[in-house]
Structure formats: C-alpha cells, structure tokens
Design a binder for this molecule. Sequence first.
Ligand SMILES: [Zn+2]
Length: 403
Amino acid sequence: MHREMKLKIDTTEFLRDLDELRTIGAYKTGVHRPTYSPHDIESRHWLMNRMSSVGLEPTMDGIGNVLGRGNGGGPRLLVGSHIETQNHAGWLDGALGVVAGLALARAGLNVDVCAYADEEGHFGSFLGSRSFVGDLSEAQIDEAKNSDGMPLRVALEAAGLKGVERVTIEPGRYAAALELHIEQGTQIEKAGNHIGVVTGIVAVQHWRIVIDGKQDHTGGTRMDERRDAGLSAVRLLAAIDDAFPRLCSEDTVWTAGRLVLQPNTALIIPGRAEIDFTFRDLSEAVMARLADCLSLLVQENNRREPTVARLERISALEPTPCDPAIIAAFIHAASEACPDGWQSMQSGAIHDSKIIGRLLPVGMLFVPSIGGVSHHWTEDTDRSDLAVGIEVFGAGARAILQL
Ligand SMILES: [Zn+2]
C-alpha cells in the first residue's frame, strides 16, 4: 500500500516537459497558443503523447479537454489546469499545473491529468472545466465567438473536434482535485518565500452602476441646472473608494474597470454614465458588507445628486474555500521542503479549480511569479522555485492519497 512512499518526483523530467511544451508556439521567451489555434492543438497532441508515456490513457473530447486516465486502484486525484495561453503570454501559466500532473503520474501516484480547454477565455468563460462539470450547453457553444468574431463551432471544426463527444466528470472517481499554478502576483516574492498554500479562490461580484442625468449644452446650461451623470459617477466612485477600506479585509480588491459616458464627447453634458464595478474577497461576510455598502452609496447618490443611479447585478461567483485536509497536507509538505519559506494565501485570480470545486474538494499550490508578471511573454519563475513547487505538490498529493 505504501508503494508510493518510495517513489520520488523526477524534477529533471518535469522541467524537461515544461521546456519542451514552451517550444510549441514559442514567442520571444514566452508562448502564443490561443485556444484551438494550430499550435494549441499541436500542444494538446503533444500532451496526449506525454500522457501515454507516463502510463495514462489519453483522450481529447469535443470541447478540446485532454484527459489522461490512470488505471491504479484506490483513491484517485484529478490534477490539472490549462495549456492554451493568452496572446503572446507566458510559458508557465496553466502549463505548469498540467505538466505537474504528468510528473505525479510518472512518480506512480494515482492521478488522472486534465488540460481544460479555454481557461483563458478566448471563446468563453472556462469552457473546458465548465463542460467537464456539466455546466456548458450545446446552445452556449453555438453562441460563443472569439474577439475576432470567429464562432466556436468553426474553431472546433477546424481543430478536428466537430461531432466528438464531450466528456463529463465520472461521479465517484476522484477523492479531490489539485492544481499547481504560478501566483500571478508579488506576495510570495515580496515575503521572500517560495511556496504559497492557497486557502481558497475568491468570490467575485460584478455590478453595473447606471446613472441617469440630463444631456445638455455645455455652454448654455448653468451649473445649478445641470444633471451631469459624469460628475455623479466620479463622486460615487470616490465615495466607494473612501468607504470600502473601512469594511474590507486586507486582501480585498475592487476595480471600476469600465466607465462609459453618453454621448462621451467634449461639448455635451453626459446624460448617462455606466460603470462596471467588481470586487473580490474570500470571505462571504466581507463580500456581503461591501455589497450592502455599494447599494447604500447608490441610494445616497439619489438623495444628494441631481441624477438617478441604479445597480444591476451582472454576475456573482461564490468563494471556493480549499479543502482543509488538503491545505494541511500542503502546509506539512511545505514546512518539510522549505521551512520558513512558505505562506498561506488566497487566490485573487480565478482558476479551473474554482469550477471543479463545485463538485470536488479542491486544493491549490502557488509558486512565485518573478516581478508578479503573467499574461505577458516575460512571465517567469526561478527554476529552483519550480523544483520546490513540484516537490511540495507531489508530497502533498501523496499525503492526501494516504489520508
Ligand atoms: Zn492559469
């Protein structure tokens, strides 16, 4: 039963796989592999080959998910991430978590490895992992397009996936799902650490704030007559930015990523402002406080301003806490491999594990991103940190399988 205990992760092979994968669609020191592009499909076939070589039985399904099934008995883990990239992006984002799965399989751990298609959202939002958990309809596939307007159906057909059946998660097959990923931030690096044990993936609320005023002439309309939606928007955002720090946790982030005025021209007073506002935190209590605050400030706008504001909820993702037993296993492994060199942290970025976490206990482990850079071809991580990362990931996985 303790066969796995003797087996060790082959770090050299792990790094070799990563180096080989980065040659497919190489761009400067990074990679350009948009979902379903020829290089993306080539990398999926490369992965299937590598899966076979470590004893997994590979398939590519109708959405492009590559799943390598192991045939060991006993508890089994699902290990995965994605291998397509953002445009002209980094060599590790996603690839790391998939290649880590290969390393675990090579070490004899009872795992299936999956590369979920289009985590990076070229055609939709988490298409592959959503399809795998049974939350992607044929109608949604019919509607999806990329930013060039290419329909997903056309891309799938060009990739040779037309009519190929989609595979959903086999109930009862997995004890848990694990993902190794780069941090995509600077917390680990700034702390001088090498490992981040993820406590959970944040909740995200996306609201649209619509402010109606009155479109008018910028010269003829006196200040006391104006109902300037633009100025109300700016004051409302300043009020939010003033109030949130009193209610948030130290990890909360908020963003007014889109502000559009109508008609958005120099000589007309804006009659309408639309703001897309998002905020993230792991704590449901913090998220609820911030949502209440947002709605109070919108009401406050309507009392004090000559404009009328309203809130539309665009989407809300629940928090995904990582499984306590997995967190404990990773902490134990991290303490052994690099005492004083690890930290606990939340994931402010969303990953495939958030989707898989709807059906399975999940755990994630981070390695540092140099300078916090990702989604850019200069993205990188020290090879020594990659080596520590796979060691801790493997030891944690082994412990979880023996729980
Ligand atoms: Zn990623």
